[in-house]
Design a protein around this ligand. Structure first.
Ligand SMILES: Cc1cc2nc3c(=O)[nH]c(=O)nc-3n(C[C@H](O)[C@H](O)[C@H](O)COP(=O)(O)OP(=O)(O)OC[C@H]3O[C@@H](n4cnc5c(N)ncnc54)[C@H](O)[C@@H]3O)c2cc1C
Length: 195
């Protein structure tokens, strides 16, 4: 099973982690909890009328935990380097190997720059619609890829796009994370069984 390391646990990172883990990829998130969501109250997250930003992030954390994401809360990633066809992700304590890296560090682009990802003229990280950077298998998502259009739902969409692209590479064909009503009982049942 390929493994994905997500750096950052705001809407972009947690969305990437959700899609990756839900569809069978071994997924790890590192997050220093500086998400702007702690300052926000959202009236513009589709499907949700009104929600405190911290509450929404807490719900996203519970959601990824339910799908088996290994979440290192309060742990800063200090470096990401390409190595042996994958990546080495460093914290102060340890090094972790990853097949894919999803950067979701908010407006901070330092790790992407250090990894050698191309920047656009406006200093955002240069990505296509699938969020892959100029470094193969390294993705950049959320506020770091936009000069100003910063919204939670856009970041969440970026994270999903990155994870789906990883899944498409792994499966060897375009991948859709589609569920139908009959799946709800199976998925919810398995989550309840684990509690
Ligand atoms: C006052 C305010 C109000 C807002 N109101 C709204 C609103 O009403 N509606 C709306 O849609 N948006 C709103 N926003 C914007 C919204 O919060 C952002 O668009 C959204 O949080 C961006 O998500 P993200 O995942 O890209 O980055 P972030 O949410 O910033 O998450 C990035 C995460 O990465 C972590 N991180 C960074 N570097 C590292 C590292 N090296 N190692 C580990 N972790 C790292 C950070 O600590 C952080 O937790 C508001 C923002 C502010 C400031």
């Amino acid at each position: 099973m390929a493994n994905v390391i997500v750096v950052g646990g705001g809407p972009a990172g947690l969305s990437a982690a959700l899609f990756a883990a839900k569809n069978g990829l071994e997924t790890t998130v590192f997050d220093t909890d500086g998400t702007w969501m702690h300052k926000a109250h959202l009236f513009n997250y589709p499907g949700i009328g009104s929600v405190d930003g911290t509450l929404l992030v807490d719900t996203m954390r519970d959601q990824v935990d339910d799908f088996g994401v290994e979440r290192h809360q309060g742990v800063e990633v200090t470096g990401v380097e390409a190595a042996d066809g994958g990546f080495v992700v460093s914290t102060a304590e340890e090094e972790y190997a990853a097949d894919y890296v999803v950067l979701a560090t908010g407006a901070s682009r330092d790790l992407a720059e250090d990894l050698g990802c191309d920047l656009s003229e406006d200093d955002t990280v240069d990505v296509g619609v699938n969020m892959e950077t100029s470094v193969e298998n390294a993705y950049a998502t959320g506020a770091m890829v936009r000069a100003e259009e910063w919204q939670a739902v856009i970041s969440a969409g970026d994270g999903a796009a990155a994870a789906l692209n990883v899944l498409s590479k792994e499966k060897g064909e375009h991948y859709h994370d589609f569920d139908v009503p009959a799946d709800a009982e199976r998925v919810l049942g398995s989550l309840v069984d684990e509690e």
